[in-house]
Design a protein around this ligand. Sequence first.
Ligand code: DC
Length: 275
Amino acid sequence: MIVAIDGPAGSGKSTIARLVACELGFSYLDTGAMYRAVAWRALEEQLDLSSPLPEESTKRIREIAQTERIDFGFADGEPLPSKVFIDGKDVTEQIRTPECDRAVSPVSADPGVRTALIQQQKRFGMEHNAVLEGRDIGTVVFPDAECKVFLTASSRERARRRALQNAAKAGRDTATDAEVEAIHNDILRRDEYDSTREVSPLTPAADSYLLDSTDMAIDEVVAVIVELARERQRQSQQVGKTSKSAAEQVSKTSKSARPASRRQNKSEAKPASRR
Ligand code: DC
């Protein structure tokens, strides 16, 4: 089963998606970290990432996305992976810098980069019961995900949360107004970029559950999504049982069941590991 959590920058997807995955006992994939890892490599190689992307840079970032291995690793004692590696190098900290925040927008807007990374994301989702978080999981990567959530919050609240997170990393328990303001401006810029780009713009899937977390505590948001996922899981098990018993009825009452080729096609539609 796939739980797809999409939403804008700073909506709390990572925190929420991890807690949901823990609660459900599912694997977890932070797809934004994959785009960030490619952007980090581009920065390391000092590629020109100005807009429009020069041809040389485009060619190279596609090559990186297609050929360099992106892995996730576990920090001591953590139940879910939080470390990010590209080509064997640990870039967990480096991909979260403001420089990487800026570089990732043009990199993630490139169709060639997206195709390469989406392929890996699909493979991951087919091999595990998983929570995947990003911008296009419910619309492009897994349009048939059983449970889709579009998580949002006001841009001010998202900026406030991000600023507090940064302050905590620096050992402080408050953020200044200037810090919140700078992050707010960056969030507005990324919202605009993510939702107006040509390929996979950030937009809720028509069948996603819209969750505005502006006035909600983390626990409440997690509880809502876990309940939704369990309900969807029960529904799909019910559908599975119903169609199984209908199939048994058909095979008991009729020797002329549907041709094998058609039955085979149907079971191929969803890989066994996701059922
Ligand atoms: O979620 P994040 O801030 O770590 O994402 C980093 C960037 O990658 C962000 O600019 C949007 C982009 N992204 C994307 O285009 N598609 C995804 N599935 C995930 C992230």
